[in-house]
Design a protein around this ligand. Structure first.
Ligand SMILES: [Zn+2]
Length: 343
């Protein structure tokens, strides 16, 4: 690209008065970390890279699969055939879109061990995850280190988003308590359509651009929920932070302690991994069994359910604990749990 072309690149964004040349320079100096490179994360990362955010780190633990292509717009059939790691595939695509941005791919499961080293140099963190376990971990890191983050979730035809600023807005624990409960709908049980994901990611990026360019008065003052199928759009004001909040009130960052690692335990020699979600999780077996019936053969009694997904079988107990049969890796078992049980 010529120098003139480079100058033209951001011309429409610079013409937008609240950003202007000064805002563009702030974007170029900023670093954003996107956690998760599924539908939400890739949509966010693409907009941030094209907007000229100087440094973008993309973290993801999964590989590209054919079922991703319907809504994860950065990937193509070649990526799925090669089973490329999503973080690498996304970074490769985006380097072609804007070589002026430093794009870092991290193929990893975000856990208490690596979360602080991967997130704390960010000006803003963007949530592109598919489960609350990782969102609460992001929340602990961001509150502890005073980093704003853009929460986002999309399942079926509905989505939720909020821009959370430690010390100013409530945190995720203030909003939803410390246990969102088990058995959430997930994209792997009730599906998801692409439009809602693109909208939620766009709303997340809008907040990030406002924040990074210093347009704080324009930030959304609450939690936004929308449903593109039912034509609803609702915003609930944040209200006050909870003084007794474990995380932002008492500053107890329990998810950053090694004890939180007891979430998964490998059972050697049986190609079985036990996944134990956060304390107090109760699985509603009947409801989960109905959902899983769409993806595999399910049997259940009052104590447990078993779902056969072909190469993998899941045994879920009423206390939320699951045995994932047919896998070797803890990360894979955790991923399957998030996809099919939800957490
Ligand atoms: Zn809080």
């Amino acid at each position: 690209m010529t120098e003139q072309n480079q100058a033209d690149r951001y011309s429409r964004q610079v013409l937008f008065r609240p950003i202007g040349q000064a805002g563009q320079a702030k974007l170029a100096a900023a670093r954003v970390v996107v956690v998760g490179a599924g539908a939400l994360g890739t949509a966010s990362a693409a907009q941030l890279v094209r907007a000229g955010v100087g440094q973008v780190r993309i973290i993801d633990r999964d590989i590209v699969e054919p079922s991703n292509l319907q809504r994860q717009l950065l990937y193509d059939e070649h990526d799925a055939e090669q089973a490329l790691p999503k973080a690498e595939a996304a970074a490769a695509k985006l380097r072609q879109a804007n070589r002026a941005v430093t794009i870092e791919a991290v193929v990893a499961d975000l856990t208490w061990r690596n979360a602080e080293s991967l997130l704390t140099d960010a000006d803003v963190v963007v949530d592109g995850t598919d489960n609350f376990q990782v969102r609460y971990l992001i929340n602990d890191v961001c509150v502890k280190h005073h980093i704003p983050w853009a929460y986002g979730g999309a399942v079926s035809s509905y989505g939720t988003t909020a821009f959370l600023r430690p010390g100013t807005t409530p945190c995720l624990v203030c909003l939803f308590g410390d246990d969102p409960g088990g058995g959430h709908d997930t994209c792997d049980t009730v599906g998801v359509i692409s439009p809602v994901v693109q909208i939620v990611a766009a709303l997340q990026v809008a907040e990030v651009l406002k924040y990074l360019t210093g347009n704080l008065a324009a930030l959304s003052p609450g939690l936004t929920t929308l449903d593109v199928w039912r034509n609803t759009w609702r915003q609930v004001s944040f209200g006050a932070r909870k003084a007794d909040c474990r995380c932002c009130g008492q500053r107890q960052f329990s998810l950053l302690a090694p004890a939180a690692d007891s979430l998964t335990v490998s059972l050697c020699g049986r190609r079985t991994v036990q996944v134990r979600p956060a304390a107090g999780n109760v699985a509603e077996l009947e409801r989960i069994a109905q959902r899983l019936a769409a993806v595999g053969a399910v049997r259940h009694n009052g104590y447990l359910l078993r779902c056969d997904l072909g190469d993998v079988q899941i045994t879920l107990f009423a206390d939320g604990r699951a045995l994932i049969h047919g896998v070797e890796e803890e990360a894979e078992a955790r991923s399957l749990y998030a996809r099919y049980i939800g957490m």
